[in-house]
Design a protein around this ligand. Structure first.
Ligand code: MG
Length: 381
């Protein structure tokens, strides 16, 4: 069949900037998106869903899963490739299909604004993607990987950071039976700090299981699981006797007044996670929380995470840098910001058995940065 490239792209609906959506899942949602208005020549954006298999069934107070379908982005321009990743989260009404759709809907931005004007691209993404913030994150991460590679610098160097300032990362232990929790804690032997998921009616049993096998510092995440301020206070007072560093999102994100009440009665830091997505959310939280947990999937990428870091510092709030279940792409992206923060919880890639990429490594809890530009990741797209 004789078909030139332009005819092929036109027939396939890919548009003249050559956006290849090769994954069968993606094809289902390809639709008839508007063509790019202007081409910069050779920008390619490819989107793929990959299933990440969890080493252990992952259970938190909300839900349980054996795998995660994350959406990966490959951005190519001028012979440089940037990688990005979205980890859709049901808590925020996200899924791989809608995420893929959002990425496709805004691809024209990349043909209209030069990639070096990445702050302008961020503004457009903010206007055009109002749900599926993880879709925005995938594009932002791929863009910043491309920028770093183009400048031939790791992003942390571009931002003037010393990687030795990055705090050790905790390793997360999901909710499970006593025997499995003990086993997981033993498997986590190389990690000096653990983060334990609670927010159930078995919290004492869970912490008891952890404490029966280790005296390491532990951090506790209730994932909005305690439903009243009295319950939260009682749990935290008991947890404090077990030597915990801080408590993350004790009650539902909407219970701001109750959390302020709680914070006045406990003397360990109370950290917002589900209650904070982006910089605009932070000022009102300063009355109820000591710090915030920044995640690229909530913020919509690195550039908004940077704004959040500066906003939190200006408000004298502590900063934790967290993640979803993510491959080395998104984890290596978050790690670029780690020297800015007080606590790191960047273990998403350590919980999966089939990470398609390699990037940041963790040795005894310390982040080891590859001497490579951008995110420093390599792997199979
Ligand atoms: Mg959390």
């Amino acid at each position: 069949m004789n078909m030139n490239r332009k005819q092929f792209l036109s027939l396939s609906g890919m548009g003249i900037i050559g956006l290849g959506f090769l994954d069968p899942l993606s094809h289902m949602f390809f639709g008839r998106s508007p063509m790019a208005k202007k081409s910069l020549g050779d920008i390619m954006i490819e989107v793929k869903t990959k299933r990440l298999e969890l080493v252990h069934t992952w259970t938190i107070s909300r839900n349980s899963s054996d795998y995660k379908d994350n959406v990966f982005v490959k951005l190519e321009h001028q012979g440089i490739t940037g990688y990005g990743e979205a980890a859709p989260n049901v808590r925020y009404g996200e899924n791989a299909q809608l995420t893929t759709q959002r990425i496709q809907e805004v691809r024209d931005i990349f043909s209209q604004i030069p990639l070096y004007h990445y702050n302008n691209i961020k503004s457009e993404l903010d206007k055009r993607i109002t749900d599926q913030s993880c879709a925005k994150a995938a594009l932002d991460i791929a863009l910043m990987d491309w920028i770093g590679k183009s400048f031939e610098l790791p992003l942390y160097k571009m931002w003037g950071l010393d990687p030795s300032d990055a705090p050790v990362t905790s390793f997360s232990i999901g909710i499970d039976t006593v025997e499995v929790i003990k086993q997981k804690v033993k498997e986590a032997e190389p990690y000096p700090v653990l983060k334990i998921k609670v927010g159930t009616d078995r919290d004492e049993e869970i912490i008891g299981a952890v404490r029966s096998v280790t005296d390491k510092p532990i951090r506790v995440d209730a994932n909005e699981g305690w439903k009243s301020k009295e319950e939260a206070l009682e749990k935290i007072q008991w947890l404090k006797s077990q030597g915990i560093e801080f408590i993350e999102q004790p009650m539902p994100s909407t219970m701001l007044e109750e959390t302020a009440w709680l914070r006045e009665r406990v003397d360990i830091p109370v950290i917002a996670d589900e209650a904070v997505k982006n910089a605009a959310d932070i000022p009102k939280l300063a009355t109820a929380y000591d710090g915030i947990n920044i995640k690229l999937m909530k913020s919509g990428g690195l550039l908004e995470a940077l704004r959040m870091i500066h906003m939190a510092k200006a408000l004298n709030m502590k900063i934790m840098l967290g993640c979803m279940i993510e491959s080395s792409v998104a984890i290596s992206a978050a790690a670029q910001l780690a020297p800015f923060v007080d606590w790191a919880d960047l273990d998403g890639n350590l919980l999966i058995g089939n990470d398609p990429f390699r990037g940041i490594k963790v040795e005894q809890g310390h982040l080891v940065y590859p001497e490579k530009p951008g995110l420093g990741v390599m792997g199979e797209f």
